[in-house]
Design a protein around this ligand. Structure first.
Ligand SMILES: [Zn+2]
Length: 113
């Protein structure tokens, strides 16, 4: 009788060990899947970040370029764009050092971006 009990205990342990082994394998599989998903998300995130950076750089450049072009148009139509005289009629025969300074500055900024 005692030998039969020992055999049953041993059989139970073997069964538990197999269950545990199966559970460990399942956990290993799901960890692998999570690691792959994590790697894919990191790559996707990096790609999206690069795209966002490129879009932001392009729109900043466009804004500065547009601002510069608007100032050039105003100046060429005969208006001051400088702070002290902004919007006042300009004598087209004479340049304004303040206006030209601003045009130079915005031109450099639109080229720098
Ligand atoms: Zn001016």
């Amino acid at each position: 009788m005692a030998q039969k009990d020992e055999f049953q205990k041993f059989d139970q342990l073997v069964q538990q060990s197999q269950d545990l082994s199966k559970k460990l394998q399942e956990m290993k599989d799901s960890i692998s899947a999570l690691l792959i998903e994590n790697a894919e998300l990191k790559i996707e995130n990096e790609n999206l970040r690069n795209r966002l950076d490129a879009d932001t750089t392009n729109s900043k450049k466009t804004n500065v370029t547009n601002a510069h072009q608007n100032l050039v148009k105003l100046y060429n139509k005969g208006y001051h764009i400088c702070r002290p005289m902004y919007g006042a009629h300009r004598n087209e025969a004479e340049g304004c050092a303040f206006c030209l300074g601003i045009l130079n500055d915005t031109d450099n900024k639109s080229k720098a971006n």
